[in-house]
Design a protein around this ligand. Structure first.
Ligand SMILES: [Zn+2]
Length: 517
């Protein structure tokens, strides 16, 4: 229903216009941030939407089949409502977060546990109040952090199976500045003079493992140090007039602004989200298109409208291709947003891509923009719908997202496949095991440059071993089997073996530290 409403709104407004840290063409040390030429003293100008009609996806030779999407099991998931008062110019926000969940396990709970990555940044997160309600039992508390990012909230009383729990948290986030050359996860929440990005900014529920308890991990600022269960998110952001807010799952919309309500608040709803992020700017341009009936919103800075149009087109092409290769796109919309640091990042229904790729967009393929947008779109399948522990087994989603870049080029720009291998993989001389965890590395750049390329070579060799027909059948089976779940390496290889009788041992020995799968 929501899709229909948004599409109706699109039809009525014809003029509306790592994850994957950057593997820069010349390496990160030579990254040139976008020139800061637009710094003016003008307070919060009303953004001027581009009047350029949304570019249509490039037609492909053979129409892709469109399957019916499998909806997330929303009625069984926790509900998390985030109400944000955003003080954009002052770079902070005041948040009320309400978490409703039921103990659906057979264990009795003493606590509910959250991961708060922004608490890793000194003086950035301030927890002001926590109220826990379980029937008649009510407790108020401001629990201390168990470790740098782990917040263990004691319940008002032990919660037996079936108990419903309501947790209300009030907190403030003082957003730190972010550098254009910072590699994720540093700066996933950060501000720049022309935008503010809120990536890992709220207390996020951690997974509960039956019989073992809440799954926690030590925060380490490499790659994507997170592992989240599915949650139904409702996000409301109130900001000054003239600030455009982008997030996954916009509800309704006014004019060219997806998510903007009559009362001036920005509203978003995501069912079965892994994580919800938002970006805000006083100068975002909004371009709107669609693919396979899925609305796509592209947000870019005013100097980069041509790249923003390209990002929209690449996202639409990627969505159509990956829907055909893997299975239906898992969410009701997709936002593609220019960010302010040196990487791309995936969230549910939202991807953000470095402004470096926009500023250096040459106007045609191949480009870093093509690689990064297709990579982050692929994460909607691999990370979003099919989740995994990104601290212990980051290769599970990253190998698929990274190899999806190649599949994108193979389909749309087959002449550029050699470019992709050279620029995205070979020039960095990747090495080491594919199945390294993030704790094996001291910094994101080394982790990315060494392991992503190895992961791509592993998937290439797996595909060669299986043959194309079996390989692509495996991908569809893997997605269908594990959509709205989380996977391990054993799950991955179990499905591989459903599609091949080849001996996988040499491949596992060559690429994996632990070849016993
Ligand atoms: Zn990635």
């Amino acid at each position: 229903m929501r899709v229909r409403l948004i599409l109706a709104f699109l039809l009525l407004t014809p003029s509306v216009g790592g994850c994957a840290p950057v593997l820069a063409r010349n390496g990160p040390s030579q990254a040139t941030p976008a020139p800061l030429v637009r710094g003016t003293e003008t307070p919060t100008p009303v953004p001027t939407p581009s009047l350029t009609p949304p570019p249509m996806p490039r037609p492909t030779a053979t129409p892709f089949p469109v399957e019916t999407a499998v909806a997330p099991p929303a009625e069984r998931l926790p509900n998390v409502a985030l109400d944000v008062e955003l003080f954009y110019s002052e770079h902070w926000m005041r948040v009320r977060q309400v978490v409703e969940l039921e103990n659906t396990t057979s264990d009795t709970w003493e606590h509910v546990v959250f991961n708060v990555p922004i608490h890793y940044v000194p003086s950035a997160f301030f927890l002001d109040a926590v109220t826990i309600t379980q029937g008649e039992a009510v407790a108020t508390d401001v629990p201390p952090f168990e470790s740098i990012t782990v917040l263990r909230v004691p319940l008002a009383r032990p919660a037996p199976p079936g108990e419903r729990i309501l947790i209300e948290m009030r907190y403030r986030v003082v957003v730190p500045p972010v550098s254009s050359t910072a590699w994720p996860p540093t700066g996933t929440t950060g501000w720049r003079w022309d935008l503010l990005q809120a990536g890992e900014w709220y207390p996020a529920l951690v997974p509960y493992i039956e019989g073992k308890g809440w799954h926690t991990w030590f925060y380490h600022p490499v790659g994507d140090p997170t592992f989240y269960p599915l949650v139904n998110y409702t996000l409301t952001v109130r900001a000054d007039e003239g600030i455009t807010v982008a997030s996954g799952g916009p509800v309704a919309g006014l004019g060219n602004y997806p998510g903007l309500s009559e009362d001036g608040a920005w509203r978003f709803r995501l069912e079965g989200g892994r994580g919800i992020a938002f970006l805000a700017s006083d100068s975002y341009q909004v371009l709107i298109g669609e693919a396979d009936g899925i609305p796509i919103y592209s947000y870019c800075l005013p100097d980069h409208v041509a790249a923003g149009e390209a990002a929209l087109r690449i996202a639409a092409e990627s969505l159509r291709l990956f829907s055909a290769l893997y299975g239906p796109y898992p969410y009701e919309s997709l936002a593609v947003v220019e960010n302010g640091f040196f990487g791309g990042m995936e969230y549910s229904g939202l991807i953000s891509v470095t402004d470096y790729a926009y500023a250096t967009y040459p106007g045609e393929a191949p480009s870093l923009l093509h690689a990064l947008v297709s990579h982050e779109v692929a994460h909607q399948w691999w990370y979003g719908a099919v989740g995994n522990d990104q601290t212990e087994e980051p290769w599970l989603d990253e190998s698929m997202a990274f190899y999806s870049e190649l599949l994108y080029f193979e389909h749309y720009y087959p002449d550029q496949v050699g470019w992709w291998w050279q620029k995205r993989v070979d020039q960095y001389r990747p090495q080491g095991p594919v199945d390294a965890d993030i704790y094996a590395f001291d910094d994101s750049a080394t982790f990315i440059l060494l392991t992503y390329g190895q992961a791509a070579r592993f998937v290439r060799d797996l595909r060669t071993l299986m043959g194309d027909q079996a390989f692509f059948a495996f991908l569809r089976d893997y997605y269908r089997t594990y959509q709205w779940q989380t996977v391990t390496a054993d799950d991955f290889f179990t499905v591989v073996r459903r599609h091949t009788d080849e001996d996988l041992s040499p491949l596992l020995q060559a690429y994996f530290a632990n070849p016993d799968h």
